[in-house]
Design a protein around this ligand. Structure first.
Ligand SMILES: C=C(O[C@@H]1C=C(C(=O)O)C=C[C@H]1O)C(=O)O
Length: 283
């Protein structure tokens, strides 16, 4: 009995040592992030880099082994990354979800850890909070063309500081994830190496052009994707395309598209994009 007790004490001491090492490594990681922050301040640009965050999770979940659940590895690192982004530049999360507010709240909490989450009654209010938040507000909204209300036409602005989609949630997705959503932020997302982009194509009311023909026109310019929703806005029609790969505002393919089809296509507005999520098993 007392031998067993000694064994248990030894094992618990081992756990304490491991916990100390984990915590020491967190403190060390924090120091390195502060150095990265100084570097980024010099180079210009914001603290949050969704494409880098996606690749950290891809790499760690890819190398994971043993009975500790990979989905929890994802949750732990999301907590660490969110906290260390705060140490560089604090931010709050503007949340809007009409039909599944609790599920979307979970998405926001799981992705942004202990961040403050403010709930907005309408998507317009959430987007305004992001646009007017001096770079300190990001949003979580339902998928732009899902079952929830249609809010994506609000992204059809052209100023450089406009809110855009920068991530898709949950990033490490298991079969039990009840909803998906997106992160909206006042900066352009970078490319992670495995991405999709949202592109809004504006056509004039008088221009009768089918989604199929538009998809072909885009493909001819090198933009491979599909139209996932279309909405009337005043005299125009807005089409939301999901495109393979990352897309920047100044992508030459957009110039080609407008040069070839300026009669039909009035505007091509990049509404952001996301690093493609990865699938993980739950427990
Ligand atoms: C440390 C950085 O800043 C943020 C924090 C990250 C992290 O904790 O690893 C990763 C990406 C950024 O969102 C970075 O840009 O590398």
């Amino acid at each position: 009995m007392s031998e067993q007790k000694n064994d248990l004490d030894d094992l618990r001491r081992e756990i304490d040592e491991i916990d100390d090492r984990l915590q020491d490594l967190l403190i060390l990681r924090t120091d390195v992030v502060q150095r990265i922050a100084a570097f980024k301040r010099g180079a210009g640009g914001g603290a949050m880099r969704p494409e880098r965050e996606a690749n950290i999770l891809r790499r760690l979940i890819g190398r994971h082994r043993g009975p500790f659940p990979a989905v929890v590895v994802g949750r732990i690192w999301r907590e660490i990354i969110a906290a260390l982004t705060h140490t560089q530049a604090p931010f709050a999360v503007a949340l809007h979800s009409l039909h599944r507010p609790l599920d979307h709240f979970d998405l926001a909490r799981n992705h942004f850890g202990a961040s403050r989450i403010d709930i907005y009654d309408t998507p317009g209010q959430a987007l305004r909070a992001i646009a007017e938040g001096a770079g300190q507000v990001v949003g979580v909204l339902p998928l732009p063309a899902g079952d929830d209300e249609v809010w994506w036409p609000l992204l059809a602005a052209t100023d450089a500081a406009r809110p855009r989609i920068v991530a898709r949630l949950p990033f490490a997705r298991d079969a039990q994830a009840p909803v998906e959503g997106v992160v909206v932020a006042p900066f352009e997302p970078g490319a992670s190496g495995d991405d999709a982009a949202y592109l809004i194509i504006v056509t004039g009311d008088g221009t009768e052009i089918s989604r199929g023909r538009l998809t072909d026109r885009l493909a001819a310019a090198g933009l491979i994707g599909q139209c996932i929703d279309s909405r009337q806005r005043g005299g125009d029609v807005l089409h939301l395309f999901e495109i393979d790969g990352a897309l920047e505002d100044h992508d030459p393919r957009l110039k080609t598209l407008l040069a070839n089809h300026g009669e039909e296509i009035l505007q091509a507005i990049v509404a952001g994009g996301y690093a493609r999520p990865i699938e993980v098993r739950h427990y």
